[in-house]
Design a protein around this ligand. Structure first.
Ligand code: FES
Ligand code: FES
Length: 173
């Protein structure tokens, strides 16, 4: 009981501090209560069930697994306040496949063997999308530069770069 009481008080405070906001995710509006200090990653995963977005580090911007697109730009959702995403277009990995039809980048990752454990893959693919949407003819150097903030512990990156190049060749065709 001695332990529970402070916890209850804290959770009550948290509720008081919450504000109701609207987030536009993958083209759909979501009403959600958030604290002012709550980051987008936690809101996506824990309140809205967009679990394709991963947490690979302590929210310190070290791994890139939490990458989502905000107005088409790749950002770390662990470092982005949910409240700052109001009025912006948020895109998560769940948006890319249409039914059973995979997005060009997803297809290329599979074809090139660029997925092993898959933990980095959602963030890597969204980073690739931000790049290819702007520049489908990105060179190997530009691809490496774009994904330098996305860590992969399994593949050695060669196949990931190859997959992004291949996706670029088929982009929009
Ligand atoms: S969770 Fe590692 S950079 Fe966001
Ligand atoms: S495929 Fe395992 S971390 Fe990239």
């Amino acid at each position: 009981m001695l332990f529970i009481l402070p916890l209850l008080e804290k959770s009550g405070e948290d509720e008081v501090n919450q504000r109701r906001i609207n987030l536009k995710i993958n083209g759909m509006d979501h009403e959600v209560n958030v604290r002012p200090d709550e980051v987008l990653l936690d809101v996506l995963r824990e309140k809205l069930n967009y679990t394709g977005t991963k947490r690979g580090c302590d929210g310190t911007g070290e791994c890139g697994t939490c990458t989502v697109l905000i107005d088409g730009r790749a950002v770390y959702s662990c470092l982005f306040l949910a409240m700052d995403a109001v009025g912006k277009e948020i895109t998560t990995i769940e948006y890319l496949a249409k039914g059973t039809g995979l997005h060009e980048i997803q297809k290329a990752f599979l074809e090139c063997g660029a997925v092993q454990c898959g933990f980095c893959t959602p963030g890597m693919i969204l980073t690739a999308k931000a790049l290819l949407d702007e520049n489908p003819e990105a060179t190997e150097t530009e691809i490496k530069e774009a994904i330098r903030g996305n860590l992969c512990r399994c593949t050695g990156y060669v196949k990931i770069v190859e997959a992004i190049r291949r996706a670029g060749e088929n982009y929009g065709k």
